[in-house]
Each structure stands twice: as structure tokens, then as C-alpha cells.
Design a protein around this ligand. Structure first.
Ligand code: FES
Length: 106
């Protein structure tokens, strides 16, 4: 997966991931700055916000009602492609997944 930093901290991080991990878990394991994940994936913090690029955004399952609710609380503006990375399960179909990191998670 490829994670692109925001304007204040540009740069690309590429991670090798295991299918079945969440994107948040992979990012935390890879020490990616910009993914805080305060709640550890319990869907209560919204500090694992990412902007998923196309064509990948369209391949994801639609957000659950709980994820939709937490997306109201992201620190950076919500945009098309906004998702919580703890809810993105990495599968072979998402090979090459590219996401942009928000300016802030707090
Ligand atoms: Fe807290 Fe994703 S890690 S909502």
C-alpha cells in the first residue's frame, strides 16, 4: 500500500502488508506518521482517517453506519474518499492501494 503525506509533510511511504490486516494496523506497524489510531480500531476515535484514492475507494465495501457516524468527527475536513483506516480490511483486490493522509488527526 502507498500512503502519501499531506502538504505539511509530503512524501510517500510504501508498506508491504499481510492480507487480513486492517490498513490502520499495517500503518501503525510501519510507524507511519499521521495515523494515530488512539482507540486501537474500536471505531471510537476517528484518528485513523485517510483519503482513499480511486480506483480503490470504489472497491471498498460501503462504510457501516458506525463508521459513517465517526466520520463526522474527523479533525481534517471530510472529503470524497474519506474513510477510517481501521475499517479497511486489506485484501488481494486492494493490491496497490493508495491513500492520502490528512493534515491532522486531532
Ligand atoms: Fe479509532 Fe479507527 S482506530 S476509529
Amino acid at each position: 500500500v502507498h500512503l502519501f503525506g499531506p502538504a505539511s509533510a509530503p512524501g510517500e511511504t510504501t508498506l508491504e502488508v499481510r492480507p487480513g490486516q486492517s490498513l490502520m494496523q499495517a500503518a501503525v506497524a510501519g510507524n507511519v506518521k499521521g495515523i494515530e489510531a488512539d482507540c486501537g480500531g474500536l471505531l471510537t476515535c476517528a484518528t485513523c482517517h485517510v483519503y482513499v484514492r480511486e480506483p480503490f475507494a470504489s472497491r471498498l465495501d460501503l462504510p457501516t453506519e458506525d463508521e459513517m457516524g465517526m466520520l463526522e468527527f474527523t479533525a481534517s475536513p471530510r472529503r470524497a474518499g474519506s474513510r477510517l483506516s481501521c475499517q479497511i480490511r486489506l485484501t488481494p483486490e486492494l493490491d496497490g492501494l493508495a491513500v492520502d493522509l490528512p493534515e491532522s488527526q486531532h
